[in-house]
Design a protein around this ligand. Structure first.
Ligand code: IFM
Length: 478
């Protein structure tokens, strides 16, 4: 007889997509190959002092040259779905106008290769690597013209891949694109201006709406699902007295995107909180209607809970060296008693469960998909019988707990359609270079050899058996 007090094995729901995510600049390399033009991340990473150890994406995981091997790797893991992003400057080297057929063919072949292997391709159009030409010509996302260039780019990609790709995201984490790139300057293009960050956020919102319209015009699959992937933060106030701090942070971090994209308006409190920085004159009549397009899916990237409390003095964000616009007196903190990843991020699986339930209530009728969840840990390579292995039990525990929490959120009514691990491969972690390793597959950066870690075998088993054994959940990392 089974003990009812023991947690049961979780069976993954039919149709639930389990897989892994990557992004172009983080894995591709081949930075000047096949007619690719430079992106703002090429320029930024080649500028001294911008990335740890001067790391660039010139080679990264060399996926551009090893795509056949990587397709076989994906197939060997039996992933349901593989999410990748398209390098805009590989497809349109100047960001607009001329289309580079070689670049487009690379992605078309990748899509075919996935479908042949029974893996669902999921495409993101913008994962931060804006063509440098658009930065030079229009000031990048500060320029309204960039939103219209994005519309054309979406049209080109939609027309080329829209007969085969079902699931699409316009942008990945526009928060980082705008606030980290144009506000804090820690990411490309390295601009430090809160007013510019808000301006960039609006043009990303506008481009999302234009991009959705362009995809709907060009995709021919009748069952297409168009989404945007946001890292909506799970914001938790330390005490009831910190509720105002939580409201402010939620406005500038989350509702600046969900307002126009999902509700058709910028929140009044956000405009009020940031009026000392900008008059919001860049929002033209009719813009928010464009931003607000019907979506089939909302992509969510979740890593940790954002714990906030009110502060007496202006608080600079620890990694950014500056405060958040309109949230100058808000402190983000990480409770000391919680486990941390190699990024210093807290491990709180219950956060994803609460988050998905809250989001499904906030946006009823809009299905959710976890497009990224994962963790960096200091992986040790050991050699067993002459073979290299990585026994990354901490990552297995992290993923098992977060997948279980996602399934619980589903059982409690959240319409979650899938869970994608960040990331398939160790990769270029932006300003942090190649130090943090998020992959379930290790990349030896000297030889570029791929070594599936214990977590890759764990993921393959989940995909094959469609179960998550209770033993894995809450298991201490060995
Ligand atoms: O590597 C990034 C990814 O590009 C976007 N989401 C968070 C990941 C980990 O920092």
């Amino acid at each position: 007889m089974t003990d009812p007090s023991m947690p049961a094995t979780i069976t993954l729901p039919a149709g639930f997509l389990l897989g892994a995510s990557t992004a172009a600049y983080q894995i591709e390399g081949g930075a000047s190959d096949g007619g690719r033009g430079p992106s703002i991340w090429d320029t930024f990473s080649h500028t001294p002092g911008r990335t740890a150890g001067g790391a660039t994406g010139d080679v990264a995981a060399d996926h551009y040259h090893r795509v056949a091997e990587d397709l076989d790797l994906i197939a060997s893991l039996r992933l349901d779905a593989y999410r990748f992003s398209i390098s805009w400057s590989r497809v349109m080297p100047e960001g607009e106008g001329r289309v580079n057929d070689t670049g487009l063919a690379f992605y078309s072949d990748l899509v075919d290769g996935l479908i042949e292997r029974g893996v669902e391709p999921i495409v993101t159009l913008n994962h931060w690597d804006l063509p440098q030409a658009l930065e030079d010509r229009y000031g990048g996302w500060r320029g309204r013209e960039t939103a219209y260039a994005f519309e054309k780019y979406a049209e080109v990609v939609g027309a080329a891949l829209g007969d085969r790709v079902r699931i699409w995201s316009t942008h990945n984490e526009p928060w980082n694109n705008s606030f980290t790139g144009y506000g804090h300057g820690v990411f490309a293009p390295g601009v430090r201006s809160h007013a510019d960050a808000l301006r960039a956020a609006h043009h990303l919102n506008l481009s999302h709406g234009l991009g959705v319209q362009a995809l709907r015009r060009t995709i021919t699959r009748a069952d297409a699902q168009v989404s945007v992937t946001l890292n909506i933060f799970r914001v938790e106030a330390e005490t009831p007295a910190d509720a105002e701090a939580a409201r402010r942070f939620d406005a500038v971090a989350n509702r600046v995107f969900t307002g126009p994209m999902l509700r058709g308006a910028y929140p009044d409190d956000l405009i009020h909180d940031t009026q000392h920085l900008t008059d919001w004159g860049f929002v033209r009549p009719g813009d928010t209607e464009i931003c607000h397009q019907p979506l089939d899916l909302l992509g969510i990237n979740y890593y940790e809970v954002m714990h906030v409390r009110a502060a007496r003095d202006v608080v600079d964000h620890p990694t950014a060296g500056t405060a958040f616009p309109g949230s100058e007196y808000v402190e983000l903190f990480r409770p000391a008693d919680l486990e941390k990843t190699a990024m210093g991020w807290t491990v709180e699986a219950r956060g994803i469960e609460d988050h998905l339930i809250a989001l499904s209530r906030d946006f009823p009728g809009l299905p959710l998909m976890v497009m990224e969840n994962g963790a960096a840990f200091a992986d040790d390579v050991s050699v067993v019988d002459g073979e290299q292995t990585v026994e990354d039990h901490e990552r297995v525990a992290y993923l098992a707990d977060h997948l279980a929490a996602t399934c619980r959120a589903r059982e409690r009514g959240a319409d979650v359609r899938g869970f994608l691990v960040w990331s398939l491969l160790d990769n270029f972690e932006w300003a942090e270079g190649y130090g943090p390793r998020f992959g379930v597959v290790r990349v030896d950066y000297d030889t570029l050899e791929r070594i599936p870690k214990r977590s890759a075998h764990w993921l393959a088993q989940r995909c094959a058996t469609r179960t998550l054994p209770a033993l894995d959940v809450g298991a201490p990392a060995l």
